[in-house]
Structures are given as C-alpha cells and as structure tokens.
Design a protein around this ligand. Structure first.
Ligand code: NDP
Length: 449
C-alpha cells in the first residue's frame, strides 16, 4: 500500500472512522488520498480550506423503502439509495444500480468515484449514484415495472434536470430507465426529458449512449497503447462481463482489429479461440437475457465454458475488466503479468483490487483506471442532456466523434498531469489529481457551503 502524506493521514483516519463498515468506500477514498500528497504540498489551501474533508462528505444521502407486489401477489420490500455527493460543477449525475449486493457503502464508493470521473470529462456535471438491493434476474417484465414505479415514487421528489440526473448501471438498462421515466412523467406531470439519461431513442435518448462506455474505454486504451507505439490491431483481448460495457467494448476492440477470445457473467466464462461471435452474444444477453453457458451450448465444439474459475487465467495481451468491483485480484494480476499482458483498461468501476493495480504498475503494464477509462458513458449522458435541452437529436457519427474527442482529452489530461507531478505514465495519479483539482477549485470559489 502506498504511504499517505502526513498532512492527509489524520483526515483519512477521520473519514474511515465516520464511515465505519463501508470497505468499498474506504478503498476508493484511500486510493485518491494516495495520489494527493504532491498536490497539497504545492497547494496548501486545499488543506487550509478543508476541501479534502468536504469532498469526502456527501452533500445529501437518501435511503428509502421500496415496497412492491410480485407475480404471486406477495409483498416484497427492498431498500433504495441515492447519494448526492457533489454539485460544485453541475447537477448530480451518476447511474442507478439494481443488484442484491447494493448497500450504502457501495453506493458511496461509486458516487465518490463519479465526482472525479465527471470532472475529468470537462462537462458541467456533479457526482452522485443510486440503486437498490433489488435483483432483476428471473423477474418478469411486470415485476420489474412495478418495482421501478415504486422506486421512482419516492425518488422523484429528489430529481430534476437542474438537480439530479440518474442513468443506468448494473441491472439498469433501457427497459428500467423507460419504466422510471414513465413514472416520473406521471407523478410530476412534466415531460422533462433531461431528468434521466440512457433513454430509448424513441423518447429523447441519445444515439451512441448505449455504446458509449465500452467504446470510450476502448478509445482510451487505444490512445494509451499509442504512447508505446502499440495498438489493438492483432492483439488478443479478454473482456470480463457480458453486459452493456462488455458488449460494446468487444464491438470496438473488434473494429480496431483486436480479437476478443473470452467474456463472462457471474456464473462463469467462455473461451472462443475464433473470436467472440458478437451477434450471438448480443442475442443471448440483450434479447434473451440468458446465461453465458448458452453461448458455448449454441456454438458447440471448440468453445469452452468454465463454470466459476477466473477469466484472467486466459492468456491475453490486453485485459478489459468490465463486470464489477474487485473482480480482478492480486493473484489474477500476477497470472496476467506472467502471461505477458501489456495493457489493462478498467471498463467497470474499481474492478482491480489495490494489490492488482500495484502489481501491474510494478511490472510496467499500462494501466487505465476506471474513473478515466469508463467516463465515456457519463460524458455521452451529458451530451444526451445537451440534446434534450436544445430539443435536438444528433447523428450517431456526430455523437461518437464528440465521445472520441472527449476520451482523447481525458487520456491526455491524465498523462500530462502525471508528468507534471513527477510520475510519468501513472494514469491513476494523473486521473485522481486532474479530477480533484477541477472540483476542489470550483468548491473553493463557491465559499463554505
Ligand atoms: P450490466 O448489468 O449491463 O452488466 C454487468 C455484467 O457484469 C454482467 O455480465 C454480470 O453478470 C457481470 N457481473 C456482475 N456482478 C458480477 C460478479 N460479482 N462477478 C462476475 N460478474 C459479474 O452492467 P454494466 O455493463 O452497465 O456495468 C458494468 C460495470 O461498468 C459496473 O462496474 C458499472 O458500474 C460500470 N460502468 C457502467 C457504465 C454504463 O454506462 N453502463 C458507465 C461507467 C461504468 P450477471 O448477469 O450474471 O450478473
């Protein structure tokens, strides 16, 4: 673990103490603190004006009961969360996650990361995150709709296009966004398109939003590889997950000439040495909502399905963890390094454990942290807000061009900041400092609020 600067150490101890029992939040905060020593040495006002303490304390946290009735007529109770972390740069912005593992600590870790990620995009958006411990797997459309309506019945009073603008995340795609937008519209009697992003094209969605996180992560890693005169062309790539981020990462890697040989879901992974058949994967995951084993069953011989186990045992040149937090451990990182990995790009939020990150950095593997590499999703959400506000709808090409430009800018800001602070090639440090400085300067200008 990297040493924390002596001025920051007591602040960290206090943050950990005040937020007991939230290990993922602690992990995310510690990682940012590890990068800030050189910043506070240069700019003591960040300590004097308590900007670091303030940034670690959410502006508002909402926790609520979500009652709904299942198809058998039983009453079910879930818990809903929205953490409105920081609005110095714009309305709170960040996704909603439906997964049984969701708790306050996980939403706080995601909201905290979101502050810096959103700042890195250069767009006027603050940071927030929400979700519920509801598990959509195995639920009928009717059950998902009733859950989403109940969730929004409470949440709607805290949202607004100038207040807080949620989007999707794990377990929340265009179906769930549609049900939530419908209920918001009914409750408020307002057609406020800009209150949610990730909407369907039929009612105010943006072209390329569905693709944006995966495409954006691939653009980032392609540019990072370029700093070593490398590219995806001809590379063997492993992408974990098979949800929104993973599928569109696979699509763009293929477009850049790479071959994706493995992907996964929470039940296991598949290895297809001919390259993942994207059409089949989309049908299984986006249309039929089936398990990944179905891919191997449909392909027949030559495709291996491994139940459980680690997808990171599959040798590759580039690894793109795109499923969930802490899915790639120190042990996995050592296997990847032994197998010759040259670059790792985090499509998911915090998928690599701190031990894995330091293993990659020590081995000289190019490493792109999620808060920079997966910022394309939220950036395109901000473009969706822009289109909604101007009652406009951009072409796919125009939106993707903006996305590519934003990802290249984020890459360059991270690389230049790392260089400026004496750690060339350290994208973790570059992302943390560049994001932090933008938010902290805005907070400072707004006074003590
Ligand atoms: P999806 O729900 O579309 O897909 C998630 C994928 O990850 C599924 O294949 C899921 O498998 C798998 N998964 C989830 N939990 C686990 C687990 N514990 N072990 C192994 N696999 C798991 O979510 P997204 O693709 O939207 O999100 C993936 C990651 O990217 C998350 O970390 C999210 O926060 C991050 N992200 C998403 C953005 C977006 O625009 N969607 C933007 C920025 C970051 P199964 O179906 O079996 O659960």
């Amino acid at each position: 673990m990297t040493q924390i600067d002596e001025k920051l150490e007591p602040i960290l101890v206090e943050v950990l103490h005040r937020n007991a029992g939230e290990p993922e939040f602690h992990q995310a905060v510690r990682e940012v603190f590890e990068s800030l020593g050189r910043v506070v040495a240069k700019h003591p006002t960040y300590i004097e004006h308590a900007l670091i303490e303030r940034i670690c304390e959410p502006e508002r946290q909402i926790i609520f009961r979500v009652p709904w009735v299942d198809d058998q007529g039983n009453v079910q109770i879930n818990r809903g969360f929205r953490v409105q972390f920081n609005s110095a740069l714009g309305p709170y912005k960040g996704g909603i996650r439906f997964h049984p593992s969701v708790n306050l600590g996980i939403i706080k870790f995601l909201g905290f990361e979101q502050i810096f990620k959103n700042a890195l995009t250069g767009l006027p958006i603050g940071g927030g995150k929400g979700g519920s411990d509801f598990n959509p797997h195995g639920r009928s459309d009717g059950e998902v709709m009733r859950f989403c309506q109940s969730f929004m019945t409470e949440l709607h009073r805290h949202l607004g296009e100038y207040i807080d603008v949620p989007a999707g995340d794990i377990g929340v795609g265009k179906r769930e966004i549609g049900y939530m937008f419908g209920q918001y519209k009914r409750l408020t009697n307002r057609y406020e398109s800009g209150v949610l992003t990730g909407k369907d094209l039929a009612y105010g969605g943006s072209r390329a939003r569905r693709e944006a996180t995966g495409y954006g992560a691939t653009y980032f890693v392609e540019r990072m590889l370029g700093t070593k005169n490398e590219s995806f062309d001809g590379k063997r790539v492993v992408v974990s997950g098979s949800g929104n981020v993973a599928i569109y990462t696979i699509e763009k890697v293929i477009a850049f000439g790479g071959k994706v040989v493995a992907c996964s879901d929470s039940s296991g992974y598949v290895v297809d040495e001919n390259g993942i058949d994207l059409g089949l994967l989309k049908e299984i995951k986006e249309v039929r909502r089936e398990r990944i084993s179905e891919y191997a069953r449909r392909k027949g011989s030559g495709v291996e399905h491994v139940a459980g186990g680690s997808i990171w045992d599959v040798p590759c040149d580039v690894a793109m963890p795109s499923a969930t937090q802490n899915e790639l451990t120190g042990r996995d990182a050592r296997v990847l390094v032994k197998n010759g990995v040259i670059a790792v790009g985090e499509g998911a939020n915090m998928p690599c454990t701190p031990e894995a990150v330091s293993t990659f950095q020590k081995a000289g593997v190019l490493f792109a942290p999620g808060k920079a590499a997966n910022a394309g999703g939220v950036a395109t959400s901000a473009l969706e807000m822009q289109q909604n506000a101007s009652r406009d709808s951009w072409s796919f090409a125009r939106t993707e061009d903006r996305l590519a430009q934003i990802m290249n800018n984020i890459h360059d800001a991270c690389a230049e900041t790392a260089e400026e602070y004496g750690a060339p090639g350290n994208y973790v440090l570059g992302a943390n400092i560049a994001g932090f400085v933008r938010v902290a300067d805005a907070m400072d200008a707004l006074g003590v609020i």
